[in-house]
Structure formats: structure tokens, C-alpha cells
Design a protein around this ligand. Sequence first.
Ligand SMILES: NC(=O)c1ccc[n+]([C@@H]2O[C@H](COP(=O)([O-])OP(=O)(O)OC[C@H]3O[C@@H](n4cnc5c(N)ncnc54)[C@H](OP(=O)(O)O)[C@@H]3O)[C@@H](O)[C@H]2O)c1
Length: 328
Amino acid sequence: MYMSYYRDNILKIKLIDFKGENMKKIHLGSSNIEVSAVAVGCMRMSGLTVKEAESYILSCMEQGLNFFDHADIYGGGQCEEIFGQVLAQNPGLREKMFLQSKCGIIPGKMYDLSKKHILESVEGSLKRLQIDHLDMLLLHRPDALMEPEEVAEAFDTLQSQGKVKHFGVSNQNPMQMKLLQKYMKQPILVNQLQFSVPVSNMVSVGMEVNMNTDGAINRDGSVLDYCRLNDITIQAWSPFQKPNWGGLFLDSEDYAELNKVLEEIAANYDVTTTTIATAWILRHPANMQVIAGSMKTSRMTEIAKAADIKLTREEWYKIYLSAGHLLP
Ligand SMILES: NC(=O)c1ccc[n+]([C@@H]2O[C@H](COP(=O)([O-])OP(=O)(O)OC[C@H]3O[C@@H](n4cnc5c(N)ncnc54)[C@H](OP(=O)(O)O)[C@@H]3O)[C@@H](O)[C@H]2O)c1
């Protein structure tokens, strides 16, 4: 019993000394906030016990992964709740991390970016996470009935109450961000979008300009260029998933050529294909942040290793082409 008490507390003491210098850092949008280039997505945390979540979170922090992404709806609120219990049991831990959550989805029913819903959602997240403020709040998805003035009012209220420090969006196109920004006092710092080797319309559209090809179809209003022009950090969600919730592309027969190339390059660097698929996103000059959702400590170590690898131009394009994309 004492052994486990000391082991647990030694882990906590080590954490207090931890500075995470080795992990690659990025600046969030136009701010001077520095966070880890790889972030921890907590959408699947409801599959862990509080004890398992504690060991997972502490291990992520030890590896320099100090950015955690939540949403009010993940696990029906359970993901934030489990995370909150870990924070409550580890005094001092919260100040060492950057906590982001999202609001605006009522699953299966509607999107709701009304002032009332935004304020209520944040209250719920703070309560479940057992904290007094979020470092960042994102609007999870665009709401067709959104009144941008109301969103701006909600953000002002939350910021003046000290409940949310910074704001961003998710799954929004440039015009939607422009509309919001017209009313918001705070800058939009991030836009969270799906991006991975197979789901890379954002880059295809910039290379197949004006062609009669699928990759030329501009589905997002040139969001990549807009974000770069306006200093908005793109957070890449589901970095290892196929399009349309089709499951993992790593080791999938649907992406045999991609996996072959990833294996070849991984062997050269003596890492796994997971590391190389992450390094592919980090290599893009937009300085994206990868939001990885594995709940396995060993996997997060593989993912974190990507921050030490800078793929060559030849490797980056070889991976891109092996996923079936074109170079016209
Ligand atoms: N803004 C949005 O609309 C939106 C939408 C979806 C997600 N997100 C955010 O993005 C985060 C990541 O999403 P995600 O979990 O779908 O992305 P992901 O990191 O692509 O996938 C993680 C899942 O893949 C499994 N996996 C199996 N083999 C793997 C391997 N070799 N390498 C990596 N993962 C492997 C993991 O299992 P193990 O746990 O067993 O490793 C885990 O279940 C979420 O947690 C959430 O924060 C945002």
C-alpha cells in the first residue's frame, strides 16, 4: 500500500519539475501562447477508469504533451468528468496544462450557438472538469441559425467573468470566420479541421487549381490559405482516420500503397508508421497542431516522436501520392 502511495506521489513530484522542453512548440494563432505541437484529444477518454486516465494524463505531460482538447459532448460529458476527477486528485496539475473545450452540438438534434447555450455549456464543462476557467473555447460546428452578435456577447461575458481566456472555431470556412470576427472583440486563434494524409483536400485544392479533377473541388473556401493569411492555427483532428468516419487508415487494405510507403520511411527513421503519419502533418509550413486521440500511453509516445522528425520534401510528396492524390 505504501509502495503504491510513494510511487504515485513520486510521479506527481516529478511532474512539478517537468518543463517539457523537448517537445516541439507552436504559437497559437496571433497570440504568443506556446503549446505542444501534438495535442491530446480526449474524445475517447470515457473508455478509461479515473486511475487509468490519471496515469495516461501524467504520462502525456511527462512527454511534453500539455494541451488537452475536450468537448461538452464527448462521452456524453463523461470525458470531462473523468478528467476533472484526475485534476481534483492532483493539485497543481491544472496550471501546467492548456485546456480547451467546445460547445454547440446537441447530438442527433441540432446545433446551437445561441448565447444561452454557449454560457450553459461552459458552466457544464467547468463543473465537470472541476476548474474555474477554460484556456480556450471552440464553437464545435457552424450553426445555420447562429446570430454572430449573440456569440460575441457570450464570448465577452465569459471573458469578463474570467471563465474563458481565448476563443476559436472548428469546422468553419473562411466566410463563416470572417462573419464572426466582424462582431468578436477577441481574435479567432484556432480552427479545428479534419486533416490527415487521406483527408487532405485542404492541400489538394491548392495544387489542382482549375483542374477537372476531384482534388480541385474547393469544399472549404480555401480555409488553409485563409488561416495562414490571418494567423489562425489549424488543429488537425482525427489524424489517423479515413474520410467520413471510415476507421483507421493505418494498416488498412484500402490504403495498401500508403501503408507500404509509410512503412518504408518509418524503417529509415527507425520509428513506426504512426510517427511518420504524424510527421507528415507537422511538416506542412502552416505549423498545424495535431490532435491525437489515442488513449494508449505507448501510442502517444510514438506520436510525440514525430516532433523530432522533419520529413524531406521528397518523402512528404511520396506519402501524399501514395494515398491516391494527384500531381497534375
Ligand atoms: N472538432 C471536431 O469536429 C472533432 C471531430 C473528431 C475528433 N476531434 C478531436 O480530435 C481528437 C482525435 O480524434 P480521433 O480519436 O478520431 O483521432 P485519431 O488520433 O486519428 O484516432 C485515435 C483512435 O485510433 C486508434 N488507433 C489504433 N491504432 C492506431 C495507431 N496505430 N495510431 C494511432 N491511433 C490508433 C486509437 O486507439 P488506442 O486508443 O487503442 O490507441 C484511437 O481509438 C479527438 O479526441 C477530439 O479531441 C474533433
